[in-house]
Write a protein that binds this ligand. Structure first.
Ligand code: DGL
Length: 264
């Protein structure tokens, strides 16, 4: 392995940037390629079969092209559906994203936790298993919020965040039986920390948010202990779909240390 071998950080869209932000704090010198499957966004509205077929094949081609030292699936939807098959298909270490139910269960005082995710994520057995393992005796209320994925994408393009998207996400949890007791919310989609400020304003001050980004950054640091890191070129984003349509993202990408968008 060469010190310039990148870490490949993958998401359907810009959500993985919330993970990249934490990774930058933990490993500022690590070269990163940020990969977005924008041609297939949103994953959350797709079937399990579509995700299970698409993600391992796409990551296989990306690994061939970029020879990363490690792949991170910075996407709850893809991880809860396809993590095992991606690991089986690739011969590099793969870090996944797991809805942060365990830290939320440790944090809640009321015992009522909200979970916002994509429609595909919230119906996964993976989430049921996390709930029974870590939130036994607590109440976990789930709500699917595809509109927050679109809201985060809009925000990163410099467009206004649609207020209705934020209101309906919060109402979707609060209106469930016992929803008024929620004091901790799991942001189980990597897009959602990008609109955390808007969500916090709408929820009111007594709610804490948890997501997996810090844990992922720690895991990557652990798996790359002792590695050398050198950046031979600037970090960049590689995206499926038409990169010309994505130029409005450039100012935001630059704040994450990504210098250009390349087509994949
Ligand atoms: N960012 C992704 C996640 O963490 C999914 C967004 C989408 O493509 O629907 O689940």
């Amino acid at each position: 392995m060469k010190p310039s071998d990148p870490i490949l950080l993958f998401d359907s869209g810009v959500g993985g940037l919330s993970v990249l932000a934490e990774l930058r704090k933990t490993l500022p010198d690590a070269p990163v390629i940020y990969a977005a499957d924008l041609a297939a966004l949103p994953y959350g509205e797709k079937s399990e079969a579509e995700i299970a077929a698409r993600v391992p094949a796409l990551l296989g081609r990306m690994v061939e092209r970029f020879s990363p030292r490690l792949v991170t699936i910075a996407c709850n939807t893809a991880s809860t559906i396809a993590l095992a098959s991606v690991r089986g298909a690739l011969d590099v270490p793969v870090v996944g994203t797991v809805p942060a139910i365990k830290p939320a269960a440790a944090l809640t005082k009321t015992g009522t936790i909200g979970l916002l995710g994509t429609a595909a994520t919230i119906r996964q057995a993976y989430v049921d298993n996390l709930e029974s393992e870590f939130a036994n005796g607590k109440k976990l209320l789930r709500h699917a919020t595809p509109e927050l994925v679109a809201a985060a994408e809009a925000k990163l393009r410099g467009e206004p965040v649609p207020v209705g998207a934020i209101e309906s996400a919060v109402a979707g949890l609060r209106s469930q039986a016992g929803g008024e007791n929620i004091d901790t919310v799991v942001l189980a989609c990597t897009h959602f920390p990008l609109v955390a400020t808007e969500l916090a304003d709408q929820f009111g001050g007594d709610v804490s948010f948890v997501d997996g980004a810090k844990g992922i950054a720690r895991r990557i640091a652990y798996l790359t202990q002792g590695h050398g890191f050198t950046r031979e070129t600037s970090d960049f984003m590689v995206a499926t779909g038409d990169p010309d349509r994505l130029q409005t993202l450039m100012p935001a990408l630059e704040t994450y240390g990504l210098a250009e968008i390349r087509a994949f």
